[in-house]
Design a protein around this ligand. Structure first.
Ligand code: HEM
Length: 516
């Protein structure tokens, strides 16, 4: 060690308080003895493009699994290395907070589960996780089926009229309808109704996305934040959502008071299986503001993510007809023409692989955000407290060294008899739902929701990109959106006649449904 390090050690030995030592020797923390995080240069303009995670991929190929990106006074560490991701998310997760993300989302999620940190997060996570127990998730399967059936009816009408459909917004409505019922027993019915509360929810969501990609925090500018028409609209929308949530909480409280059900681990009110109902029945001792924050967090977390997964899954399927026909074969043989049940979730293996693979190619969100709460060492480089870190799940999921044909949509890369891929069995090279203590609480919910939706849609329809559809490019908010929607032509499937089992060995059914 050099002289400053010796001096620091000597002062520590004579009992100098560590705060004073830290202050005096701050300059020395990233000392010449240590390597410095590689710094990406001359690439700042590129990163200002819409889907910012795309240029980060190129920079990753040049600078490696951890590098620094500087914009004026701000700088970020971009992490694309599985072992560093594991360290930040799991092994040393206590040393990291949600940082910028919490600041951006404060206006809508307050101190809800996604932005919350420290003790508050621990308490809320402990209250909320039990609400998503197995019996609840199983009960949700029929909700997923009913909601997808409503979407099928819409598609059926479009197919009859020969009209193309914009699937991205339909998926957004589908998942909003589902999550509203699942979280607080409210039927947005956004597939048929787009006014009032539905519009308010979208206003707030778009605002959250605008804020997350804004170069400066425009919403903090004095006066502007009070007179800007957009900010006023956002405030109005928030007021409407909050009062709706307060009403739902009040209604649910009355139901809980009147019911005679005893609370237990797998408690569920059949009439209202929502998470809100579970929380109130559990006697969750929490302010109504905190409860609202958690409900809003669940609503947002469970809505855009699933909609994005479905959008990109159908986009990918439209480009790989062989995957689509294999998928349809599985769905036909497992479901025939009935609705999916919980037992089918294990059987719809290829369907699950299709979703696994859509989540690999289009992870939602494409980057995870953290801030260091103390000094640490990442990939051999010392880093300081207060560093903003982006873990690029996009880069992890497309790393050419780790994945064969990384950009190819190939559900076969995961054998059907193998385990369902997750961050643990893929050693943090695949993080569809994050990892460590802050891992998604809705992973099973979301997986089943996506399986039910994909299975029911391909069971009844064929999907193709519409003739003259706008090109499908990416843009980022919290999740990956298309720039101009996903315009598809939907046609009803003509099912082959059901052939008695004994005869199937001799008879073949061709694509037109004829038996030969
Ligand atoms: C956290 C992905 C659906 C609730 C996360 C995280 C990811 C994720 C990657 C970790 C974020 C981080 O570490 O910074 C997804 C995807 C979904 C999905 C891809 C759909 C396919 C859902 C659903 C719910 C939900 C349906 C609720 C029912 C949450 C919550 C957190 C979270 C509350 C924060 C957990 C915490 O910080 O303790 N999700 N999610 N998610 N997700 Fe999901």
């Amino acid at each position: 060690p050099g002289f400053p390090a010796l001096l620091k050690n000597s002062l520590a030995k004579v009992g100098t308080p560590s705060e004073i030592l830290d202050f005096l020797f701050k300059w020395m923390e990233v000392s010449e003895d240590y390597p410095k995080v590689p710094e990406a240069k001359g690439s700042i303009r590129a990163v200002q493009s819409e889907a910012f995670f795309i240029p980060l991929y190129e920079l990753y190929l040049t600078y490696g699994g951890i590098f620094r990106l500087t914009f004026g006074p701000k700088s970020f560490l971009i992490v694309s290395d599985p072992s560093i991701a594991k360290h930040v998310l799991r092994d040393n997760s206590k040393a990291y907070s949600k940082g910028i993300l919490a600041e951006i989302l404060e206006f809508v999620m307050g101190k809800g589960l996604i932005p919350a940190d420290g003790e508050l997060w621990r308490v809320r996570r402990r209250a909320i996780v039990p609400a998503l127990h197995q019996k609840y998730v199983a009960a949700m399967i029929s909700l997923f089926g009913q909601a997808t059936d409503r979407l099928c009816k819409k598609l059926d009408a479009a197919a009859s009229d020969g009209e193309d459909v914009e699937m991205e917004s339909l998926f957004s409505h589908l998942t909003l309808d589902i999550i509203g019922k699942a979280v607080f027993n409210y039927d947005f019915d956004s597939l048929t109704n787009n006014a009032g509360i539905v519009e308010a929810v979208y206003t707030v969501l778009r605002e959250a996305e605008n804020r997350s990609v804004a170069p400066i925090p425009f919403w903090e500018i004095p006066i502007w934040k009070d007179i800007s028409p957009q900010q006023r609209k956002v405030n109005e929308a928030l007021k409407l959502i909050n009062s709706t949530l307060d009403d739902l909480i009040a209604i649910c409280k009355r139901m809980v008071e009147e019911e005679e059900l005893q609370f237990h681990e797998e408690y569920m009110n059949e009439k209202d299986p929502s998470i809100l109902h579970f929380l109130l029945a559990s006697g969750d001792d929490v302010s109504s503001k905190q409860l609202r924050d958690d409900l809003m967090t669940l609503l947002i977390a469970g809505h855009e993510t699933s909609a994005a997964v479905l959008t990109w899954a159908f986009y990918l399927l439209s480009k790989e007809p062989s995957v689509m026909s294999k998928l349809q074969n599985e769905v036909d043989s497992v479901l025939g023409d009935r609705f999916p049940t919980i037992e089918d979730m294990k059987k719809l293996k290829y369907t699950t692989r299709v979703i696994n693979e859509a989540l690999r190619l289009y992870p939602q969100p494409p980057v995870l955000i953290r801030r260091s709460l103390e000094n640490d060492v990442l990939g051999g480089y010392p880093i300081k407290r207060g560093e903003d870190i982006f873990i690029s799940v996009w880069n992890l999921h497309r790393c050419p060294k780790h994945w064969e044909d990384a950009d190819k949509f190939n559900p076969e890369r995961w054998p059907l008899d193998g385990p369902n891929p997750n961050e643990t069995n893929q050693n943090f090279s695949y993080l569809p739902f994050g990892g460590g203590p802050r891992k998604c609480v809705g992973d099973m919910f979301a997986s089943f929701e996506n399986v039910v939706a994909v299975a029911m849609l391909v069971q009844r329809f064929n999907f193709q990109m519409a003739l003259g559809a706008p090109p499908v490019n990416m843009t980022t908010g919290a999740t990956i959106h298309t720039t101009q929607g996903l315009k598809m032509t939907v046609t009803r499937r003509t099912k082959p006649p059901i052939v008695p089992i004994l005869e199937t060995t001799m008879l073949k059914v061709d694509e037109t449904g004829c038996v030969s």
